[in-house]
Design a protein around this ligand. Structure first.
Ligand code: SAH
Ligand code: SF4
Length: 400
């Protein structure tokens, strides 16, 4: 392909071009538009879009220069207007159990300030889960959640959500061709990130469109290619958006239940005042695609002497009757200044036993990355941070 075939005569000069826009997180249609606007001929749009998609999502290209199957001229034209830049990695912590937590900084948008958000990677024997943030902070102010105490709140863009995946893949070197199939302890197919959960900062259903676009990209078979059964969206209970989540995103659903009585849930999850437990469970029963093979996960944070009695456990079982469900008991992860305590381990086990006896698998989520306060839902902690530069210096020292 020569420049003359594909680029319009009036290629804008550098000064006329607005600041670069990222191609990360854009739909195929938007990529096609970007190509068209730099003069790529209509008949080539589909093929060039597929090439870009492959370079961005399968190979993890971070700049256009790497795209050797694309002509030099087109690469240069793309680079003049666009970027594939990752967020700045302000901090990276690696726990003794292999959990990693990153603090990413995204540049300001319009008049806004740069924002920092956290992303966590949790490796387990049969899977590796990446926990993504959907917002900076959260407006919902659940009383046991640290994110709810943050003042600054804004929605993340689809670019910023997808960039969390790509940057984590960069750091883990987790791209096809580099997957270590068959290696002990590596999840499915040898890929390190095999699952995604929207359980970081923010309420994903208050940022529906951007989350939908980002998850569609994560599930796209020609790109990142994660099965929708390995993508879980957690909500505190934005009832009107639950049917659309099933119909339009088709991902697995997790509900932050945390209490079995409205008076207590009103306090712990204030959104309950708007959408009480019966409404929430009705929406769950009607969730599109629900079956024994596709159950809803109910999250239940264990708060000492608040919601952890055996009567609560029995009521939980009664409430969920008839809903194909998994129950995830989460030991409360304390944060500086919180009034809550985590239930005693014995009590968590007794609670789990009641739930198990009723026929529910109820894994107690093992606290991960405690040394770096990295559990999902416990992000942006005040823990000591090892600055990224120090870590890189350390890695360089170890490498020799
Ligand atoms: N806003 C969404 C998703 C983010 S929170 C939601 O609330 O579901 C992800 C999960 O972490 C939720 O179940 C949340 O209740 C839980 N969580 C928040 N703070 C926590 C803490 N300190 N300890 C344990 N779990 C917590
Ligand atoms: Fe927001 Fe979820 Fe935290 Fe509640 S638990 S404040 S909804 S992030």
């Amino acid at each position: 392909m020569s420049l003359h075939d594909t680029l319009a005569e009036t290629e804008p000069t550098a000064t006329a071009v607005a600041s670069e826009t990222s191609l990360i997180g854009q739909s195929r249609e938007a990529l096609g538009e970007a190509l068209r606007s730099i003069g790529v001929a209509d008949k080539q749009i589909r093929m060039r879009t597929a090439q870009l998609w492959n370079w961005i999502y399968v190979r993890g290209a971070t700049d256009f220069d790497a795209m050797t199957s694309v002509s030099k001229d087109l690469r240069a034209a793309l680079a003049r207007r666009h970027t594939l830049r990752r967020p700045e990695i302000v901090d990276e912590q690696i726990s003794s159990d292999g959990t990693r937590k990153w603090l990413f900084r995204f540049p300001s948008r319009g008049a806004g300030r740069p924002v920092e958000i956290e992303t966590v990677y949790i490796p387990e024997a049969d899977r590796g889960t990446l926990c993504l943030s959907s917002q900076v902070g959260c407006t919902l102010a659940c009383t046991f959640c640290h994110t709810g105490t943050q003042k600054l709140v804004r929605n993340l863009t689809a670019e910023e959500i997808v960039a969390q995946i790509l940057t984590a893949r960069d750091r883990l070197d987790d791209y096809p061709g580099r997957w270590r199939e068959g290696t002990a302890g590596t999840p499915e197919g040898g890929r390190l990130i095999s699952n995604i959960v929207m359980m970081g900062m923010g309420e994903p259903l208050y940022n529906f469109d951007n989350v939908k676009q980002a998850l569609a990209i994560a599930a796209d078979g020609d790109g990142i290619g994660l099965s929708k059964r390995r993508i879980t969206l957690s909500t505190s209970g934005v009832v009107p958006m639950i049917p659309r989540t099933g119909a339009e995103m088709g991902v697995m659903l997790a509900i932050s239940l945390h209490a079995v009585r409205d008076d207590l849930r009103d306090e712990l999850v204030p959104l309950n005042r708007k959408y009480p437990i019966t409404d929430l469970l009705d929406a769950c029963r009607a969730y599109p695609g629900l079956s024994n093979a596709r159950r809803i996960t109910f999250e239940y944070v264990m708060l000492k002497e608040v919601n952890d009695s055996l009567a609560d456990a029995r009521e939980l079982v009664r409430l969920l009757k008839g809903i194909p469900a998994k129950i995830n008991l989460i030991p409360f992860n304390p944060w500086p200044g919180t009034a809550y305590e985590c239930s005693d381990w014995d009590q968590i086990e007794r609670f789990a036993e009641v739930v198990n006896r009723a026929g529910y698998a109820s894994p107690i989520r093992t606290p991960r990355g405690r040394d770096i306060l990295a559990a999902c839902g416990q992000l942006k902690s005040e823990s000591e941070r090892l600055h990224i530069r120090e870590r890189m210096a350390l890695e360089a020292m170890i490498a020799g």
